[in-house]
Design a protein around this ligand. Structure first.
Ligand code: 5GP
Ligand code: MN
Length: 326
C-alpha cells in the first residue's frame, strides 16, 4: 500500500489535536469517493470526541444515500467559527460551492486529494495523484495514525475506492488500491451492499434516458470519438435528474472503437454539465481545463453556461484536435 510521509501524518494529527472546531468539506456534485471520504472523516473526528461539521454544497445523490451515517453530510453549515478546515477529493476551493468562503476563512487548511494539483490550496497537503481514490489515501492515513477503522468507516472508504476505480476496472486500479480495499473488507466493509446500491439500483427513468443516449449518440474520427447530448426536454420526457446519468459516459467509452467519450447534459436549463472519459494516454483533464474544468487524465468534467449546441460545438472541436494528435 502507498505510504504517506511520516511528517505529514504527524502534522495532520497535530492540527486535528489542536483544533477546537473543524469543518470538513468535499466537492459539489459529490460522488462515492467525495461522500465516502467525507463521512469517514466525520466518523474519525467523532471517535476523537472533536467538534466538527461535514459540509457539501449538494446533498447525497439517490444511489449514495445508503452510505452509513450519510446524515452527517450537511448542505447548510452553522455559524460557529472553525479553526481548521479539511477538504477532501478537491483540487480547488471553487468546487466547495456555497461553503467556499467559510473554508477560505479558516486559519489552517488540510487537503487530502488525488487529483492533479491545479490551484494547490491548503497548508498541509496530503496529495498523491497515484492514489486511485481519496478514500485510498485516507485508509492509509488512518492506518498510519493507528486510528480504529469501524465497519461503517470501512464501508464508506470502500465505496470511494470501488466507485473511483469503476469496480477495479479503470487504469487507476493499483496493487495499493486493492490492498486498501482488502484491508477495508477485513474491517467489515459491507461490499455486497455497496455493489448492489451503487451499480444495481438504476431507476426506470434512468434506464429510459440511457436508451435514448445510446440511440442518439454521435460518432466521429472513425468512431474513435463518441458523444451524447441530453437536452432539458429529454430530462423532462424521462422524468430524470442529472444524477440519473451517472455512468452513461462510460457506456459510450465501452464501445470497442471509442477512445474519447463525452456526455453533455442540460438537466437545469442554461447550465450544461459535461463528463468526458478517455482511454490510455489521452489526457482529457488537460482539454477541459481550457473550459474551467478538470479532473483526472482519463475522467474529467466541466460546466458551460451556454446553450447545449454551443457547448457541444466548442468542446467537440477540441476533442477532435486532441484525437488528431494521437
Ligand atoms: P464526472 O464526469 O464524474 O462528474 O467527473 C469526473 C472527474 O472530473 C471527477 O474526478 C471530478 O471530480 C472531476 N470534475 C468534474 N467536473 C469538474 C469541474 O467542473 N472542475 C474540475 N476541476 N473537476 C471536475
Ligand atoms: Mn476521487
Amino acid at each position: 500500500m502507498l505510504t504517506i510521509e511520516k511528517e505529514l501524518v504527524a502534522e495532520f494529527a497535530r492540527s486535528v489535536d489542536q483544533a477546537n472546531h473543524i469543518i470538513v468539506g468535499t466537492h459539489l456534485n459529490p460522488d462515492g469517493d467525495a461522500l465516502g471520504s467525507a463521512i469517514s472523516m466525520g466518523l474519525f473526528l467523532e471517535s476523537l470526541g472533536k467538534s466538527f461539521e461535514v459540509l457539501c454544497h449538494h446533498p447525497a445523490p439517490r444511489n449514495l444515500r445508503f452510505l452509513p451515517c450519510v446524515d452527517k453530510i450537511r448542505t447548510e453549515g452553522t455559524d460557529k467559527t472553525a479553526d481548521l478546515g479539511i477538504i477532501l477529493d478537491l483540487d480547488s476551493t471553487e468546487r466547495l460551492g456555497n461553503h467556499k468562503e467559510r473554508f477560505d476563512a479558516v486559519p489552517k487548511l488540510i487537503v487530502v486529494d488525488h487529483h492533479v494539483p491545479h490551484q494547490a490550496p491548503g497548508d498541509v497537503r496530503i496529495v498523491n495523484t497515484s492514489a486511485a481514490a481519496t478514500a485510498e489515501l485516507l485508509t492509509k492515513l488512518y492506518l498510519q495514525l493507528e486510528a480504529p477503522i469501524s465497519p461503517d468507516m470501512a464501508t464508506c472508504l470502500y465505496t470511494g475506492i470501488v466507485t473511483d476505480t469503476g469496480s477495479f476496472r479503470f487504469r487507476n486500479t493499483s496493487s495499493s488500491a486493492l490492498q486498501a480495499a482488502a484491508t477495508l473488507l477485513e474491517r467489515g466493509a459491507a461490499f455486497e451492499k455497496v455493489s448492489e446500491e451503487v451499480f444495481q439500483s438504476r431507476q426506470l427513468s434512468s434506464a429510459r434516458l440511457l436508451g435514448h443516449t445510446l440511440e442518439t449518440m454521435q460518432l466521429d474520427m472513425n468512431d474513435r470519438l463518441a458523444w451524447g447530448t441530453l437536452s432539458h426536454r429529454d430530462f423532462t420526457w424521462a422524468n430524470a435528474k442529472d444524477e440519473d446519468t451517472e455512468g452513461f459516459v462510460n457506456e459510450l467509452l465501452s464501445i470497442e472503437t471509442v477512445q474519447v467519450a463525452a456526455l453533455f447534459r442540460e438537466a437545469v436549463p442554461g447550465k450544461i454539465r459535461v463528463s468526458v472519459r478517455s482511454r490510455g494516454t489521452i489526457d482529457v483533464a488537460e482539454v477541459l481545463r481550457q473550459f474551467g474544468g478538470g479532473g483526472h487524465k482519463n475522467a474529467a468534467g466541466c460546466t458551460f453556461e451556454t446553450s447545449l449546441e454551443e457547448a457541444e460545438r466548442r468542446l467537440v472541436s477540441e476533442l477532435r484536435l486532441c484525437l488528431e494528435s494521437v
